[in-house]
Design a binder for this molecule. Structure first.
Ligand SMILES: Nc1ncnc2c1ncn2[C@@H]1O[C@H](COP(=O)(O)OP(=O)(O)OP(=O)(O)O)[C@@H](O)[C@H]1O
Ligand SMILES: [Mg+2]
Length: 286
């Protein structure tokens, strides 16, 4: 199971916003996703999920309240868990961050937001979270390009990476949340594209972490292909999915066609396999 956290010590900068984007975007790919809302008082994602269901917005996003994040990280029936914390549960967040694959840290461009969020990243790093597992996102940008560039430079000066995609400040994002949608589901195509671009950066980062490009320990993370226990690297998963879409097939159909063709090509001399699935070996003499 892939674990993605939207954490930070600054409130109101977009943790729940990005958690919802990530959850919806993964759910759209057919992954089994859950948002774990760690903010027992605020319950932003929990309530948003209920609104989404009441508005019949697909795909359905399940959100659960977990006061003990350790339990949330051991659910076996999911592909992706997205954790959304409140700003003040520092101890919980620090201990949980070590066990997740990626921590997304949103920040606005003002020094009031940047400084605590960078300090938060430094603290995570001191606690043993590799810098490659942290991804900053500039959100609520409403200033000039220079202002955005300076914010990103500030994050990078401290040795962290920041997403190329910046989320601007827009009332359409808030309106989308109010009706159970995420920031890739607003009424404005341009905004949705920005959100999709951010999600692609998140996936790229996860792929690179899984491929060991960023991590010394070269962790062998895999993802399940369709709903059988066929584990592949995330990069392969995406290539497979694209091939299925291009051929107008489901991933399961493509998997079946691929396996059939491999067996008929490579096992034609094995009488046991010929006996088990004769339909794969048409008799050429007939
Ligand atoms: N780019 C944006 N433009 C406009 N509004 C935004 C943007 N991003 C988030 N918001 C809105 O700002 C508010 C705070 O965002 P969000 O709830 O995601 O922050 P948070 O970091 O989770 O806050 P908390 O620390 O309280 O949990 C919400 O109303 C959300 O809809
Ligand atoms: Mg929140």
């Amino acid at each position: 199971m892939l674990k993605i956290a939207c954490f930070g010590q600054k409130g109101g900068v977009g943790k729940s916003t990005i958690a919802r984007l990530v959850a919806v975007s993964f759910a759209r790919t057919g992954s089994r996703v859950k948002i774990v809302d760690l903010h027992a008082k605020q319950r932003t994602c929990l309530e948003w999920s209920a609104i989404r269901s009441s508005q019949s917005v697909a795909p359905v996003i399940v959100a659960d309240l977990f006061e003990e994040p350790a339990r949330a990280l051991h659910q076996t029936d999911l592909d992706i868990v997205v954790l959304d914390s409140g700003p003040h549960d520092a101890a919980t967040v620090l201990s949980t961050a070590r066990d997740v694959d990626l921590v997304i840290i949103p920040t606005a461009t003002s020094r009031d937001d940047l400084k605590p969020q960078v300090e938060f990243g430094l603290e995570l790093n001191r606690q043993g979270v590799d810098r490659s597992r942290l991804l900053y996102v500039v959100n609520m940008a409403n200033g000039s390009e220079t202002c955005i560039d300076e914010a990103k430079a500030y994050v990078r000066r401290h040795g962290f990476s920041v997403a190329d995609t910046t989320l601007v400040h827009s009332a359409s994002y808030m309106n989308a949340h109010d009706v159970g949608r995420c920031i890739a589901e607003t009424e404005l195509a341009g905004l949705n594209e920005q959100s999709d671009a951010l999600f692609r950066e998140v996936v790229d980062r996860i792929d690179r972490l899984a491929g060991g490009e960023l991590l010394e320990d070269n962790s062998k993370r895999t993802t399940r292909l369709v709903d059988c226990n066929f584990k592949v690297a995330p990069g392969f998963h995406r290539a497979f999915k694209t091939a299925a879409a291009l051929n107008r097939m489901s991933m399961r159909e493509l998997l079946e066609v691929s396996v059939r063709s491999w067996i008929s090509e490579n096992c034609k001399d094995d009488p046991r396999i010929r006996m088990l699935c004769p339909e794969l070996f048409p008799d050429k003499s007939a």
